[in-house]
Design a protein around this ligand. Structure first.
Ligand code: SAM
Length: 263
């Protein structure tokens, strides 16, 4: 059993479900395989279950923790040579400035209530990242890695697959946490694509969001007020198709047409 902070009551608002099982903690650390000299940042170290194992490999890591009590406790557990603790909200953190210099390796057993906005925020600096290893709700990882045509393929799949190669590594059962969440979790590896297709990010975001606005509707129905059938066809898409059947590259083509034509 990992060493834990006594008397700390898990805070729901911070999505605190602490890993309590050495087998799973080690398995995640092995998947990350931290090495000395790498710039590793853990989001939400909590009671340092994973942090200790990461430091064992890397000698030093950075952590972003929002919970003031945990941040203060963490400072008493590690020397500043081993751990730099940044007390901050990972959603408001200045990732761009932090990622200057050596590229980052990002790790986290993420608070599930902020996982999607955090993934989108990190996607903005994907060019500054070596890799990301996250524990998330299994259902979210299934959506991230889904292929077109599958029921779980949606906005999250398209937006992230445009930037990353992703693979689910393994599932983790609720009993591995205290308190136990209601859902199964999965660990996902995300490696930024070396040359993501160039596209105006806002146009891409807007096209994808509008296309999936109503899942059961065709693209024509979701986009008719904005984009013509001809332009949809020019992007290699049939207007009668539903967004959940359309590959990422066609969304990119459509977004390019939208921005080139100032639609
Ligand atoms: N890494 C620990 C473990 O595996 O046991 C804790 C994981 S717990 C699911 C999520 C952690 O993220 C908590 O420590 C929580 O306080 C922290 N957290 C929640 N929201 C955060 C935010 N917006 N920014 C930074 N940390 C956050």
């Amino acid at each position: 059993m990992a060493e834990v902070l006594k008397h700390h009551k898990a805070r729901k608002r911070f999505g605190q479900n602490f890993l309590n099982d050495d087998y799973w903690i080690q398995k995640i650390a092995d998947a990350v395989d931290p090495q000395q000299g790498q710039k590793i940042i853990e989001i939400g170290p909590g009671q340092a279950a994973l942090t200790r194992q990461l430091i064992a490999g890397a000698s030093h890591i950075f952590c972003v923790e929002i919970d003031r009590d945990l941040a203060a406790w963490l400072r008493t557990q590690f020397s500043s040579g081993a751990l730099t603790i940044i007390e901050a909200d990972a959603l408001k953190f200045d990732w761009r400035t932090f990622s200057e210099g050596e590229k980052l390796r990002v790790v986290g057993n993420l608070p599930y209530n902020i996982s999607s906005p955090l993934l989108f925020k990190l996607a903005e600096i994907s060019d500054r990242v070596v890799d990301q290893h996250f524990m998330l709700q299994k259902e979210v990882v299934d959506r991230m890695t889904a292929a077109p045509g599958s029921k779980t393929y949606g906005r999250l799949s398209v937006m992230l697959q445009h930037k990353y190669r992703m693979a689910k590594l393994f599932d983790v059962p609720p009993e591995a946490f205290t308190p136990a969440p209601k859902v199964v979790s999965s660990v996902v590896r995300m490696i930024p694509l070396e040359n993501p297709a160039e596209v105006d990010e806002k146009a891409f975001h807007d096209v994808v969001a509008a296309s999936f606005a109503m899942r059961r509707k065709t693209l024509r129905n979701n986009l008719s007020k904005w984009i013509s059938d001809d332009m949809i066809r020019e992007a290699g898409i049939q207007p009668e198709q539903r967004a959940e059947t359309i590959p990422v590259e066609n969304f990119i083509r459509l977004a390019r047409l939208v921005s080139e034509n100032n639609v």
